[in-house]
Design a protein around this ligand. Structure first.
Ligand code: ADE
Ligand code: ZN
Length: 336
């Protein structure tokens, strides 16, 4: 069995389609922004932050993730956060990224939608011109909040519609099914937004059905629990609905006990359009390259399977067709 090096994995151009920008807040930047903005933080140093990153499920992570986001106040903070992520993209040969942001995490604290999106957007423009990385923005509704709050957020987004590709659904999954937001997503669809939703991360296959049938999603974020329902697998395969799988996230949040038990290879073998993403890399121990590397080793992926995963990331992206095709051609020609 070939053991692939990080340098070999780096040869593959990649797109990242499931990345929460708030989840790229590294402990160093968290401490720096807490000081710069004079925000109280219960962690005194890096060791205390790292020691707190022991999660037993999605909710135990979300509690700390929302706490960390409290240090983000000014446009410059959102710029610094996004720019740091783009520099990591460059290191991992990520050439295109479709980034989630959670407006309600900030607007509920009095930070305006405008501040958040201007900071992120400025970094994305610099990323395009200086690093050659293309990008889109997808705003997510927090599913633990109400339908009315999501609808308000959708309205707040409208002045910035040209900067936002789509809408998604994230936060605490179990107990907050997609059906809760059917009317919000119907309105978003009428405005022309691209539609995605987290489903089947901790929640049951029924939530994936609902995301498809009630929200009309074009991609499922996570979706790993689909294998529990063979009729659902048939539907996802027939329609080639992309699954934005996040392996290191799934291990840290105990969706699978370890990487060798992750079902990524089964998803590929079932003919599903799955690819690798990093979700919240500052919290889960690695960016996109590290996710590829750990999957390659633990699941003994072949070079062809790694190429399929990288190709799927472009096929499932919202890049222009001619750009997609040029990356697909590039990947097909890469030899070890
Ligand atoms: N928000 C940030 N990361 C998330 C995840 N993995 N699942 C749901 N909501 C999230
Ligand atoms: Zn996510």
């Amino acid at each position: 069995m070939t053991v692939f090096s990080k340098a070999q994995i780096k040869k593959l151009p990649k797109a990242e389609l499931h990345l929460h920008i708030e989840g790229t807040l590294e402990p160093e930047l968290m401490l720096k922004l807490a000081k710069r903005n004079d925000r109280p933080l219960r962690f005194k140093n890096l060791q205390e932050i790292q020691a707190a990153y022991q999660f037993h499920n999605l909710q135990s992570f979300l509690d700390i993730y929302y706490e960390g986001a409290n240090v983000l106040i000014h446009e410059e903070d959102f710029f610094d956060l996004t720019w740091a992520y783009l520099l990591r993209c460059k290191e991992d040969h990520v050439v295109h990224t479709e980034i989630f942001f959670d407006p309600q995490t900030h607007t509920d604290r009095g930070v305006t939608f405008s501040v958040v999106i201007h900071g992120i957007r400025r970094a994305l423009e610099k990323g395009k011109s200086e690093l050659g990385i293309s990008s889109h923005l997808i705003m997510c509704f927090l599913r633990h909040l109400s339908e009315a709050q999501a609808m308000n957020t959708l309205e707040e987004a409208l002045p910035f519609k040209d900067w936002i590709l789509g809408v998604g659904l994230d936060s605490s999954e179990v107990g907050h099914p997609p059906s809760k937001f059917a009317r919000v997503f119907e309105t978003a669809k009428q405005y022309g937004f691209f539609i995605v939703a987290h489903a089947g991360e901790e929640g049951p296959p029924e939530y994936i059905w609902q995301a498809l049938d009630l929200l009309s999603v074009k991609r499922i974020d996570h979706g790993v629990r689909c294998l529990e329902d063979l009729r659902l697998v048939d539907r996802l395969r027939e329609e080639q609905i992309p699954l934005t799988v996040c392996p290191l996230s799934n291990i840290k949040l105990k969706v699978f006990q370890n990487m060798s038990q992750h079902n990524l290879k089964h998803l590929l073998n079932a003919g599903l359009l799955a690819m690798i993403n990093s979700d919240d890399p500052a919290y889960f121990g690695g960016y996109l390259g590290e996710n590829y590397y750990q999957c390659a080793h633990a699941l003994q992926l072949s070079w062809q399977e790694l190429k399929t995963l990288a190709s799927n990331s472009f096929i499932a992206s919202r890049m222009q067709e001619h750009e997609k095709n040029s990356y697909l051609a590039m990947i097909s020609q890469i030899v070890l």
